[in-house]
Design a protein around this ligand. Structure first.
Ligand SMILES: CC(C)(COP(=O)(O)OP(=O)(O)OC[C@H]1O[C@@H](n2cnc3c(N)ncnc32)[C@H](O)[C@@H]1OP(=O)(O)O)[C@@H](O)C(=O)NCCC(=O)NCCS
Length: 161
């Protein structure tokens, strides 16, 4: 008998996770197009989509910490992060609208958190309920509000100094 889990695995094409630094040269154009698709389909993502220069701009640890999910070699999701003294900061999380709700962002966040000692922070629009649900499930808690009215969130445990 086929289990529900087995059926799901058959229906969902295999995804691979890569470090941004390993794929950014090859996948830069598809990443920018993915970002544009996500931006068009989302109400509270950001004021404008990232351009190529945002993906390649150097930030400490960005190429190692950031992750890209691919299906059949095409990017379908990403988390972009950089190292901070207390741990890391997430700049961007997005999943292709056609692949949302299939666990891609959860997997990306879980791997980032597992690989990052210390506190991981991010900022989110308070109206972005799908993202807030995702972050709560991943273990983030609200720690404050920015002067612009966005929510600050954090996960992890402080580094011992
Ligand atoms: C938020 C976002 C990254 C979630 O990515 P995802 O790959 O669909 O997330 P997952 O499939 O891992 O889902 C995790 C949980 O998030 C919540 N969620 C995700 N998408 C949702 C949606 N469209 N509506 C409601 N809840 C949603 C659910 O609780 C979901 O759990 P489930 O398994 O019970 O459905 C995705 O919706 C997205 O790219 N949004 C536009 C960009 C954006 O807003 N980024 C965050 C900026 S702070």
């Amino acid at each position: 008998m086929h289990s529900t889990k087995g059926t799901t695995a058959i229906r969902q094409p295999a995804r691979n996770l890569h470090r941004l630094g390993d794929v950014v040269d090859e996948l830069l154009d598809p990443l920018v197009k993915l970002e544009q698709r996500v931006h068009r389909a989302s109400s509270h993502y950001d004021t404008g989509p990232w351009q190529a220069e945002n993906f390649i701009r150097h930030l400490p640890g960005k190429r190692e910490l950031s992750l890209v999910a691919t299906v059949r070699g095409k990017p379908v999701g990403f988390v972009i992060a950089s190292r901070r003294p207390e741990g890391a900061h997430i700049h961007r999380v997005a999943t292709d609208p056609r692949h949302q709700g299939t666990g891609i962002a959860s997997r990306l966040l879980a791997l980032l958190l597992a690989r990052t000692p210390g506190i991981v922070t991010l900022i989110c629009d308070p109206r972005n309920q799908p993202a807030l649900d995702l972050y709560a499930r991943a273990g983030f808690r609200v720690t404050g509000t920015t002067p612009e009215g966005k929510l600050s969130l954090a996960a992890g445990t402080p580094l011992h100094r």
